[in-house]
Design a protein around this ligand. Structure first.
Ligand code: ADP
Length: 609
């Protein structure tokens, strides 16, 4: 298309140049002709002027020379010939048909001349040649007129046009080659755009028409426009995608933050290790559990932060994707950073799609369980011992009864008493165990009634007196007769009270004292058991109500026990919506106080147990 246009321009400009050359030739011919006419006209005038006037103006009835000039009428350029007088009158004349002679003009003094007669007066312009004619009739002039050659229209600017056509003729190929050269990179760009557009249009916008193979600027502009259209469509699409991905990344971020918050709230510590054994995630709980700050752990291999050989050994097994690292594993140890803690650590591989992404490590504080387990073991050993000792004593006194009991009444009485005491002890242990079991099964529910506290305490005091006397301990009761009534399960409350009184006697010294008292204060009734016994350290005081907890005895006197008395007492008080408080000082005795809500005053005649 572009080549066709250039070709057309070249043909048109060639034709123009040919036309102009021909026109120039014509003009040249015309100029030569005009020159010929001039030469001829001037020659003729001079020739005629040299003749005597009588020859040119013959007398009437006789032919003159001018008539013979008329013979030239065959010359198409000849217009007229005349001899004119000074007053403009024509003395003789000949003219081509249809030619009207122009009036004679005064002749210049210099002699021969020529003039162009106004073209409006005749059909064609006439060039007139004149010369003086010697005559006795005055000043005459001989005139001869020739038609001026017809001027070619626009011949004046012919050279200018010719130059322009020539310039165009020369410049068009030059410009063509220059444009072609300059367009080469643009054409390459166009091809590239076309290729991109074609690939994109097949992938993104199949509705776009294929780009033409035009290699000109218009083709390039079309390609560029299409490319820009497709690019802006693509940009819009990408913008939409970007908005969608920004919102989904926000959602993901929100989800991830939420998940992290959930994980951080877990009571257990979490560690995630990559397959190379480096920590990629951890929760803040590992610090109190392992005694290692979080920033020392994150992005670090296990060897740099772990001081516990048990944990290091376990995590080493999970490094890489070995087959034996696929099963879960749990260990327990006392971490070097927090030695009084017992940690249970479970490691398990994180796998999916037959790939191992790393290891999940869960660290749990197992101190309580460990202590409970230990206490349980101690308890079994202790209960066995507690049961075995009375059984041994019973067996021994049984033998004594069998041997000497029949004959010696004193031996018989002693044996029976001892056997009775041991049976009571065993009974108390078994009862405590049964009560604990009932408590934990939830089958021990208090049946609360309004109870006269003074009577309840006096009863318990009476029962404990024998044991206090046996240990040379003074047992006092300080309770007002009109002390406020309380709402309790009498039997259960007696278990709690007995356990406190037994302990006050048991952990006392000979000659010591125990006071059972009750007071009213701020809507509460406080029942207290005060002893002058061995007391206990603050850290033991905080734990004595735990199941199976016993203070480690260091003195010479080893008191038997099973760590259930205070646990039971505390549980029973709580079942009554009360509180058990302990005030104690090592070597200076203890005060155990039961705080119960006071009951509202009774209506007259109400039933009180
Ligand atoms: P136990 O059968 O060992 O007496 P308890 O639960 O009754 O179990 O008591 C728990 C621990 O509390 C005891 O081992 C003892 O060391 C301590 N204790 C309880 N009462 C007293 C007290 N009145 N004075 C000093 N220590 C006491």
């Amino acid at each position: 298309m572009k080549n066709n246009r250039i070709g057309m321009i070249l043909v048109v400009s060639s034709l123009a140049v040919i036309a102009l050359v021909m026109a120039l030739l014509l003009q040249r011919q015309q100029d030569q002709h005009a020159q010929q006419v001039r030469v001829q006209g001037l020659g003729m005038v001079r020739s005629l002027a040299a003749l005597p006037a009588s020859v040119l103006v013959p007398s009437e009835g006789r032919p003159g020379v001018l008539d013979s000039v008329l013979a030239y009428r065959d010359n198409p350029d000849f217009a007229y010939a005349a001899v004119s007088a000074g007053d403009g009158r024509n003395l003789a004349e000949v003219a081509s048909p249809g030619v009207v002679l122009p009036p004679a003009a005064p002749l210049a003094v210099t002699g021969f001349d020529e003039r162009v007669v106004d073209a409006a007066r005749s059909q064609r312009a006439i060039r007139e040649f004149r010369g003086p004619l010697a005559s006795d009739k005055g000043r005459l002039q001989v005139r001869i007129g020739y038609f001026e050659p017809r001027p070619l229209s626009g011949m004046k600017d012919l050279q200018f046009y010719a130059l322009i056509a020539l310039a165009v003729f020369l410049l068009v190929p030059l410009i063509y080659f220059v444009i072609k050269r300059e367009m080469a990179p643009l054409a390459a760009l166009g091809d590239q755009l076309a290729a991109i557009a074609a690939s994109r249009s097949s992938a993104v916008a199949p509705a776009v028409a294929p780009i033409s193979a035009d290699q000109d600027v218009r083709g390039l502009a079309t390609k560029l426009n299409r490319y820009l259209d497709q690019t802006s469509a693509r940009i819009r699409e990408l913008e939409q995608n970007s908005v969608a991905s920004v919102s989904s990344s926000r959602l993901l971020e929100y989800g991830s933050n939420k998940m992290q918050a959930v994980l951080q709230c877990l009571p257990d510590g979490l560690l995630v290790l990559d397959p190379a054994g480096e920590v990629t995630f951890t929760t803040g709980k590992i610090e109190p559990l392992l005694g290692v700050p979080v920033d020392e752990v994150l992005s670090q291999p296990v060897e740099t932060w772990c001081r516990d050989p048990e944990l290091r050994g376990m995590l080493r097994r999970f490094r890489g994707a070995g087959s034996d690292s696929r099963s879960q594993m749990t260990i327990e140890f006392n971490p070097a950073g927090v030695p009084d803690k017992r940690l249970s650590v479970t490691a398990q591989p994180l796998h999916g799609h037959s790939m191992i992404y790393g290891t999940l490590v869960v660290l749990r504080d197992a101190t309580r369980e460990h202590l409970a387990r230990q206490a349980g073991n101690d308890f079994v050993a202790h209960v066995s011992h507690e049961l075995k000792s009375p059984l041994n004593v019973i067996a021994m006194y049984g033998e004594m009864l069998a041997d000497a009991g029949a004959t010696d009444p004193a031996v018989r009485v002693e044996a029976i008493n001892v056997i009775q005491d041991e049976v009571d002890r065993m009974n108390s242990l078994v009862n405590n165990l049964l009560n604990v079991s009932k408590l934990e099964m939830g089958s021990m529910r208090p049946e609360r009634h309004r109870v006269k506290l003074e009577e309840l305490l006096r009863d318990a005091w009476q029962q404990a007196r024998a044991r206090a006397d046996a240990k040379d301990i003074k047992l006092e009761l300080q309770v007002a007769r009109d002390i406020a009534a309380v709402s309790v399960d009498k039997d259960m409350f007696r278990i709690a009270l007995n356990n406190l009184l037994n302990n006050a006697i048991k952990y006392n010294r000979a000659g010591g004292s125990v006071v059972l008292a009750a007071d009213e204060a701020d809507g509460e009734v406080v029942v207290s058991v005060r002893d002058s016994g061995i007391g206990m350290a603050p850290e033991d005081r905080a734990r004595v109500t735990e199941k199976f907890f016993r203070v480690h005895e260091t003195g010479p006197e080893q008191r038997g026990g099973h760590g259930l008395g205070l646990y039971l007492a505390n549980q029973i008080v709580e079942l009554h919506h009360g509180r058990l408080t302990i005030d104690s000082e090592p070597g200076h005795g203890s005060v155990f106080s039961i705080h119960l809500n006071k009951m509202p005053a009774l209506a007259e005649g109400a039933h009180v147990l």
